[in-house]
Design a protein around this ligand. Structure first.
Ligand SMILES: [Zn+2]
Ligand SMILES: [Zn+2]
Length: 816
């Protein structure tokens, strides 16, 4: 038998698999296997593959291979999320076009994926920056535009001065740009939005169809959408007559309102400040707020604020309360004005204490000492009984909330309503490397969608793409000049490009119909393959990518193009690969690349290192699992032993001993269950136990061929190369292990073997107990001491020592 040599055998199999077309999804109508769509979150081509890719795709590939061996017709595609800022910034730094840099990286990653032996159907490969792809991204934009779901509005936006582009709120982390760390500014710009807020309730309701998602991801989505029920109540500004609606989740606290607060951007503020004679105090506050990034505003100091000098009338009791303008109230949430109830809201409370405003208790917690507004140290936001609330005294939460809301509606002073935290999706970017927004601006006709037969609107190549405030496309001498598709007069193209999250919101549909010319996908193809059977990827996409993809799928459903509303009913998030307890980053100098490990020890070893490190969803600390980079990894040593053991087993004529047969069945049962639950690390442990038992059997002169066949098959989804070599070469099968049928087991044989444990006290047999054959010392001792016969024999004597020989004998020795 030859030695285990991954550097020789792995490239050989890559070539052979490709030649045999082993991983092509079958579209044959005669193929009646169940379909399985194994989808990995597609990579961003920022360089060669990194450790995170190596981990994610090792797991995703195991999913696809396991499904295939269980008899499915598997679709396992690959593509690249290839537009976006990093490519553009890298290109600017190097003085080359983003296109060249991007495609070079894609080729590099594709080579590395091939070297790792990923079971991709390469015929479906796509890149979002290909004109043939973004043609359909633009087509989808047009469809959203036609349905009123894409629209322009002026709005305050987060602006990164370094990247010279708008950032979504989610791309701002603690007031700084997520990509470059520059402090974000605030600007008012006219921007394109997708009206995802129209789908807020459906995005919540359809979560019932997410049959297998990590709970924390569901919770994050729910929280992001942020539904709250309550009431809209209208206050009137005394003297001015303006009606100002406010939203509250606690209409039962209306009688506790002691002041009223406007957001600094509220359109009424200048007028009311003028009326109240407070403009000289209000104006500096407005100017300061305007210079503050939007996201920093969310953590605004609750104590800052200025009285407007006017009063608002509380519709429930006619009371006049003073109006303030304060940064802690945000224009983007609710109506941009709030009724302040300091006794029952923390932020209002802090503001009231700072400004010496009255605190009036209107909810008393039950069974506790009554609250006193003058002395309470903090707001009470809990449930309780309404007091000092006119006709509602004595009502209890939560029923009181609905009762007050209904009463407001009856009285014409408000109505029950629902609000969401979710904002519309800002999709325009003033950058070059993205899909151009397919809109023409005409002086007479307004915003006109580019007709379908003129798509794609292609990116020009000769562009000065350095950042400069406006889109580089706007600076091109001729690109934006065009004619209006409606009236034929001179018009200009929209010069913004789309957020890359638009590209990644529909790529999984395109995989079903690669190269399709008449639409983004052929609906029949999508019906055959989708929804996705298993989606695998990082938790960093737990909110945006998944939310946007779910939104797109619902829009396609409404357009009648698909028959389902959730694209990914099953989602698995792998953990991150970190180093020494910290995330890997160039600045920390702790980046480890996967491909050198693959070159040195083999792709199978790389995969097993990732999958053996622990539960798939947990973070992997590479420093802990890899240790000395020059030392042979433990899993590599094990693969070498498996290589030798299976080779020996293949040459032995004797049958497997009964014990080994039973262990084989038990291992198949356990590993099958582990694979279904992404428990790759425990699957590998079980395979190691089996390989040790095989070695023992072989050394005792017995055979192990049955065990070898099963072991190689179970290893195949995890270490595809060595298992293929052993299956075809050592064990002599003509066909690939990857199309072999996953081994079955006999539940009777898989049952844990039982043996008799003899319990002695001072050398005399006192009991016999049934135990599992692999019972350890601890459990044998426990069982012996729990035996009533043994305890009777011990009596009240002191136990001196307990001799345990698992699983056969326990002898309790007493002091005599
Ligand atoms: Zn930036
Ligand atoms: Zn026109």
């Amino acid at each position: 038998m030859r030695r285990y040599d991954p550097a020789e055998l792995e490239p050989r199999w890559v070539e052979r698999w490709e030649r045999e077309g082993l991983y092509l999804a079958s579209e044959s109508p005669a193929d009646d296997r169940p379909r399985f769509y194994a989808l990995d979150m597609f990579p961003y081509p920022s360089g060669d593959l990194h450790m995170g890719h190596a981990e994610a795709f090792s797991g995703g590939d195991a999913v696809a291979r396991f499904a295939a061996m269980r008899g499915a017709n598997v679709l396992h595609p690959i593509g690249w999320d290839a537009f976006g800022l990093p490519a553009e910034n890298a290109a600017i730094k190097r003085g080359v076009a983003p296109e060249g840099w991007t495609y070079a990286n894609i080729e590099q990653q594709a080579r590395s994926f091939r070297r790792m032996g990923m079971s991709f159907d390469w015929t479906r490969r796509l890149q979002t920056c290909d004109p043939e792809y973004y043609r359909w991204t633009q087509w989808l934009f047009v469809k959203l535009f036609e349905r009123g779901l894409a629209f322009r509005k002026q709005s305050p936006v987060n602006w990164c001065p370094k990247d010279a582009t708008v950032l979504a709120n989610e791309q701002v982390v603690q007031g700084a740009c997520e990509r470059c760390g520059t402090v974000v500014e605030r600007r008012d710009l006219t921007q394109w939005f997708f009206k995802i807020t129209d789908y807020a309730q459906r995005l919540l309701d359809d979560m019932d169809d997410l049959v297998d998602w990590p709970e924390r991801v569901v919770a994050m989505q729910r929280n992001w959408i942020g539904r709250s029920e309550g009431a809209e109540v209208t206050f009137v500004v005394d003297g001015a007559g303006d009606e100002v609606p406010v939203f509250t989740t606690r209409p039962d606290t209306l009688w506790g309102v002691t002041f009223f607060v406007f957001a600094v951007e509220h359109p009424l503020v200048p007028k009311l400040a003028e009326l109240g004679g407070s403009w000289s105090e209000v104006r500096p506050l407005l100017e300061r707020a305007r210079a503050t990034p939007l996201t920093a505003r969310e953590e605004a100091d609750t104590k800052e604020g200025v009285p407007l000098g006017v009063f608002a009338v509380n519709p429930v009791n006619g009371e006049k309360v003073p109006c303030y303008v304060a940064p802690y109230v945000l224009m983007e949430y609710g109506t941009g004005a709030i009724m302040a109830v300091p006794a029952h809201d923390e932020r209002d409370f802090a503001f009231a204490r700072e400004h010496d405003l009255p605190v009036r208790v209107v909810i008393q917690p039950e069974g506790e000492a009554p609250l006193d507004g003058d002395t309470m140290p903090e707001a009470y936001a809990g449930e309780g009984v309404m007091v000092s609330s006119g006709p509602f005294d004595g009502q209890r939460t939560p029923e009181s909330i609905a009762k007050v809301a209904a009463w407001l509606e009856d009285q014409g002073r408000g109505r029950a309503t629902v609000t969401y935290r979710l904002r519309d999706w800002l999709i325009s970017r003033q950058r070059y490397w993205g899909a151009p927004i397919p809109i023409v601006h005409c002086a007479d006709c307004g915003e006109i969608a580019v007709p379908e037969d003129q798509l794609p609107v292609e990116l020009p190549e000769d562009v000065d793409f350095r950042p400069g405030g406006e889109s580089p496309l706007a600076r091109h001498p001729t690109w934006k000049q065009t004619t209006c598709p409606t009236c034929g007069k001179d018009a200009t193209r929209d010069t913004d490009t789309m957020d890359t999250f638009v590209d990644s919101s529909w790529y999984y549909f395109r995989y079903c119909s690669p190269g399709y010319e008449d639409g983004p996908f052929r609906p029949e193809d999508v019906e055959r393959w989708m929804p996705v059977s298993q989606y695998t990827g990082g938790v960093e996409h737990a909110i945006l990518h998944l939310l946007y993809s779910r939104f797109f799928t619902k829009v396609l459903f409404d357009m009648g193009l698909v028959s389902f509303t959730e694209p990914f009913p099953r989602l698995m998030n792998q953990g991150q690969v970190i180093y020494g307890g910290a995330s890997m980053s160039k600045s920390k100098g702790n980046v480890v690349e996967p491909m050198p490990v693959v070159e040195r020890w083999g792709a199978d070893t790389m995969r097993l290192m990732m999958l053996f490190a622990g539960p798939f969803e947990d973070d992997i600390d590479w420093k802990l699992i890899a240790g000395d980079p020059d030392k042979r990894p433990g899993v590599s040593g094990w693969l070498g032993r498996v290589f030798a053991i299976v080779g020996d087993a293949a040459e032995r004529d004797a049958g497997d001993p009964d014990r080994l047969v039973r262990l084989t069945h038990r291992t198949i049962a356990g590993v099958t269950e582990d694979m279904e639950r992404f428990r790759y690390h425990t699957a590998i442990s079980k395979l190691q136990v089996l390989s040790n038992a095989m070695r023992e059997a072989l050394e005792g002169g017995a055979g192990a061929r049955g065990a070898a066949e099963a072991l190689v098959q179970m290893l195949a989804p995890l270490a595809p190369f060595v298992s293929e070599e052993l299956w075809r070469v050592a064990l002599g099968h003509p066909e690939s292990v990857h199309v072999s049928r996953w081994p079955g087991f006999d539940p009777e044989m898989a049952r844990q073997e039982r043996v008799t444990l003899v319990v002695q006290v001072d050398g005399k047999v006192r009991d016999r107990v049934e135990v599992e054959a692999d019972a350890d010392e601890e459990s044998c001792r426990g069982l012996a001491l729990a035996s009533p016969n043994a305890r009777r024999a011990i009596g009240d004597r002191e136990v001196r020592t307990i001799v345990v020989r698992p699983p056969k004998l326990v002898n309790v020795v007493t002091v005599r």
